[in-house]
Design a protein around this ligand. Sequence first.
Ligand code: BT5
Length: 323
Amino acid sequence: QSDLRKKLLETFHEANGEFVSGQNLADIMGCTRTAVWKHIEELRKDGYDIEAVRKKGYRINKSPDKLSGNSILLGLETKEIGKNISYHESLASTQKLAHKLADSGAEEGTLVIADEQTQGKGRLLRTWHSAKTGIWMSLILRPRIPMQQAPQLTLLAAVAIVQAIEDTTSIFPTIKWPNDILINGKKVTGILTEMQAEADRIHSVIIGIGINVNQSLEDFPDDIKETATSLALEEGEPISRTSVIQSFLKHFEILYTLFLKEGFKPIKLLWESYAVSLGKEIKASTLTGVLYGKAIGITDDGVLLLKDSLGEIHSIYSADIEI
Ligand code: BT5
């Protein structure tokens, strides 16, 4: 059943907005015209706007912003990243399931995605608000890199997300080290990178990404109303989550391939071009205390360098930054 629907959607996709006749669809799908019509009705129920014109056939005018494994795969331009999708309407946290799948051997590039998370998590046991209409996903990677390089993947993912937002909207977001993406100073995306490792070998890196897409201001709880934003709020119109995910996966694969071949250097250059905090006076709250100073750059390893008022330079591996 779902294979037939996939085939139907693929055929419409290839037709590029042109009409496809009922007979053609029946031939391609290997079923009767009545069966085609039934599948079309099912698609309509899922929110597809399908036009039917006598003697011409059917065409899709608008796809819904409904997520599913199939709709993400349709038109996805990657080789490996995102080719294996585990989609769920509701999960406690995509990170949790991704860890489980990674444990049981999920292949590199497996993507776990949910419409809603009931226990979305940020860093340091913080809550990540994950009501419907956002993108909540976790990507499983199996890079053969030294363990200390894993945090660089957070920065790499941030670059891919910025590129995806630029591709699918008219917005130019910025990155705040290490894991926030901002639009007009408000947080639109958070990234949580976790690792499964043993001694000095990485089993898997799980990159959790939360992107606010179609939320309105009322959708955000009070504690983040002033600090959070969504793509739709900034763009002034709804944004297709599927397009953002597909674009992210495409950019991620390009950057990740480059990273595995040439290391972090080329990624660092891109990252710097999107970073807001560099050259500014910042406050860095780390687990061991608070530091004030100028963010003078990141190292080739992705570590933030802060110069204090005495001229001393501190390496910061993990912190919350205020500008
Ligand atoms: C993060 O933590 O920014 C990492 C968020 C990662 C979320 C993804 S969603 C898919 C995957 N599954 C999960 O369970 N998690 C990952 P951190 O830097 O610690 O920021 C957390 C803080 O951001 C919170 O304390 C709030 O202040 C704020 N916040 C929470 N939800 C938000 C939202 N939807 N939009 C903007 N800010 C939010």
